[in-house]
Design a protein around this ligand. Structure first.
Ligand SMILES: Cc1ncc(COP(=O)(O)O)c(C=O)c1O
Length: 390
């Protein structure tokens, strides 16, 4: 066999896949599996969005569309950014793709040259580092801030890890896996630092509707002068429970945005027309379409925190938002992969080990599940945690 691409061989599949397939096997054996592993809300896509997709299908919106999104959808996103986020991006500065994941992938390809370094604060969403590697770059994963999980973010770590090869920084607030949301003060300190650098700033704001404890802001709200190198990334998966619809987008400076669009024209080509129709209904309806669901998630967040805090020795940080708790099991073990495997085999509870997020010694659990599952599952975690030295 001829050698395979060295760069792609360095891209590792997500460790969550292993856990998920084991969980599926246990469920098939009839075991009472509770999964906290999923990164999606458990409610249905709001009806008006679904209805619009069906109408679009019936109207024959099933052909190729425009690469990077049609003008109506991009126009609606531009209006959303202006009204909800107080950010000005013209429709031609916006590209829509097959989920924020594809958008981020193409963005890395557009921005990174061989050996360029990209700063990624840990804990981070699983795909960032591998996407940087796939684009030929080097992920520079910042260590956990001192005092983590109580301390969610440390601006000073950025300066310590910056080099002459740094080209970009990835920001994610509210954060997956911790739920941590930047405070205004942190964003201002961060902005002061970034003003002195010439890096691209990639801001993944996919959980912006899930900012339960702190108001959500973009760094661009405080530092409009960063606009020429700032990318706002968002998607419909989390906000509107549309994970399977695959719609995400980026707004940013025209030239790199043009590359992202052209990459899509050579890969997935476009979004299906009927999905674009439905996405317009979603973006125009905004938070209004999901108020009830968001309030329910917030109630569950409080319930999850209350239940998990009954486990002595297990800490959680500050889950201000998203729909995850990131639990610290370091008082028992650094090997969270083994911890999560044991929890699955003995108690049939599926979680995601911290190794997947650059933070061994932790696990992530989603609380976007029913109250009953939350209470039952956390009780099982309690029994496992308190009885074990892994
Ligand atoms: C922080 C973050 N960014 C991006 C994504 C990708 O979302 P999608 O591709 O479904 O739009 C996810 C999904 O889990 C995420 O958690």
């Amino acid at each position: 066999m001829r050698p395979l691409s060295k760069r792609m061989l360095a891209v590792k599949p997500s460790p969550t896949i292993v856990m998920n397939s084991r969980a599926a096997a246990l469920a098939r054996e009839g075991k009472p599996v509770i999964s906290f592993a999923v990164g999606e809300p458990d409610f249905a896509t709001p009806k008006p969005i679904v209805e619009r997709a069906i109408e679009g299908l019936r109207a024959g919106h099933t052909k190729y569309g425009a690469a990077g999104g049609g003008p109506d959808l991009r126009g609606a996103i531009s209006a959303k950014l202006k009204n909800e986020n107080k950010l000005e991006f013209a429709p031609e500065q916006i590209v829509v793709g097959i989920g924020a994941k594809e958008i981020l992938f193409h963005l890395m390809l557009a921005l990174i040259n061989e050996g360029d370094e990209v700063i990624i604060p840990a804990p981070y969403w699983v795909s960032y580092a591998d996407q940087v590697i796939a684009a030929g770059g080097k992920p520079i994963v910042l260590p956990l801030p001192e005092g983590f999980p109580e301390t969610g973010f440390d601006v000073e770590l950025i300066e310590l890890h910056a080099t002459s090869r740094t080209v970009a920084i990835l920001l994610n607030s509210p954060n997956n896996p911790t739920g941590y949301t930047f405070s205004e003060t942190e964003l201002k300190d961060l902005g002061k630092l970034l003003k002195k650098k010439d890096w691209w700033i990639i801001s993944d704001e996919i959980y912006e509707y899930h900012s339960f404890e702190r108001p959500h802001h973009s760094i661009l709200n405080f530092f409009p002068e960063l606009k020429d190198r700032f990318f706002y990334v968002n998607g419909f998966s989390k906000s509107f429970a549309m994970t399977g619809w695959r719609v995400g987008y980026v707004a940013g400076p025209k030239e790199p945005i043009g590359i992202v669009r052209s990459l899509q024209s050579h890969s997935s080509t476009c979004l299906p027309g009927f999905i674009e129709d439905a996405a317009i209904v979603a973006i125009q309806g905004g938070k209004f379409l999901v108020v009830q669901e968001l309030s329910e998630l917030n109630t569950r967040r409080k319930l999850a925190i209350k239940e998990i805090s009954k486990i002595s020795g297990l800490k959680v940080g500050a889950p201000h938002g998203a729909f995850y708790l990131f639990c610290d099991v370091r008082s028992k073990t650094q090997d969270s992969m083994k911890f999560c495997e044991g929890l699955l085999l003995e108690k049939h509870v599926v979680t995601v080990p911290g190794e997947a997020f650059g933070a061994p010694g932790f696990f992530r659990m989603s609380y976007a599940v029913s109250d009953k599952k939350l209470i039952d599952g956390i009780q099982r975690i309690k029994e496992f945690f308190e009885s074990k030295v892994v």
